[in-house]
Design a protein around this ligand. Structure first.
Ligand code: CA
Length: 243
């Protein structure tokens, strides 16, 4: 990690243009080049800026220099290990911490969680799995600010109170139905693929999981009695329209 002289920031050997990423900055602490490269590339492609360092000492130093949203922390590091880094970060911050370890052993997991890590991902892991954990933890840690009330046609959503009404009458929805409806109504006219809906509403993708989306859309149409609110776009997914 180093800094350019013209206001640019060199992150993991690469200049990152300002404003390109929207997910915030993740501090990646990993001494293995292959793992670090994989994680950095994947997180970067998914909208996060990544500050990648190879030692715990550097991690602690960089943490004070940037607005870090989440730390991905390897346990086995040269110098102080990941446990010690976690302890020291926890003594001054509630930043979400995901620990990585090469040893899929219960004692490591327990030790990591006991000293304040939020989650634990054993190596080898897929970057997709790590991304899903990152997103889930960020959602828990700092729910995105949004409008309290949403409406599309005569369907209204009180986001904070989690109440849905149709033509003034309250409709009972399950938690996931509510989340799905809110996601649709937040972006009327936008076509969402089943995979994207799974990712955004359920927080993870899994083979065959897109059927879950179809089932929930069916339930929404039935419960709201507004079958045209969520329209099927053949071969592409679904979109919300004014019913
Ligand atoms: Ca390591």
């Amino acid at each position: 990690m180093s800094f350019g002289t013209s206001g640019q920031t060199l992150i993991g050997n690469r200049i990152v243009p300002a404003g390109r990423a929207t997910g915030g900055m993740i501090l990646l602490v990993e001494d293995e080049e292959s793992v670090g490269t994989l994680v950095r590339t994947y997180l970067d492609r998914n909208g996060f800026r990544v500050c990648w360092v190879r030692t715990g000492e550097e991690a602690l130093a960089e943490f004070t220099r940037h607005p870090i949203r989440l730390v991905v922390l390897d346990i086995g590091l040269p110098g102080i290990d990941g446990f010690e880094v976690c302890r020291r970060l926890r003594s001054r911050s509630t930043v979400p911490i995901i620990m990585l370890t090469a040893r899929d052993e219960e004692p490591d997991r327990v030790a990591g969680l006991e000293i304040g890590a939020d989650d634990y991902v054993p190596k080898p892991f897929s970057p997709r799995e790590l991304l899903a954990r990152v997103k889930a933890i960020l959602r828990r840690a700092e729910p995105a600010p949004r409008e309290n009330m949403l409406a599309l046609g005569d369907v209204t959503i009180d986001v904070e109170g989690r109440v849905v009404t149709v033509d003034g009458h309250e409709v009972e929805l399950t938690a996931k139905e509510f989340d799905l409806l809110t996601y649709f109504v937040e972006s009327p006219g936008v076509v969402h693929s089943r995979d994207r809906l799974l990712d955004r509403v359920w927080g993870i993708s899994y083979p065959g999981g897109t059927r879950t989306v179809d089932v929930h859309v069916g339930q929404l149409r039935r419960k709201l009695r507004r079958p045209e609110l969520v329209r099927t776009v053949r071969g592409a997914g679904y979109k919300a329209v004014t019913p």
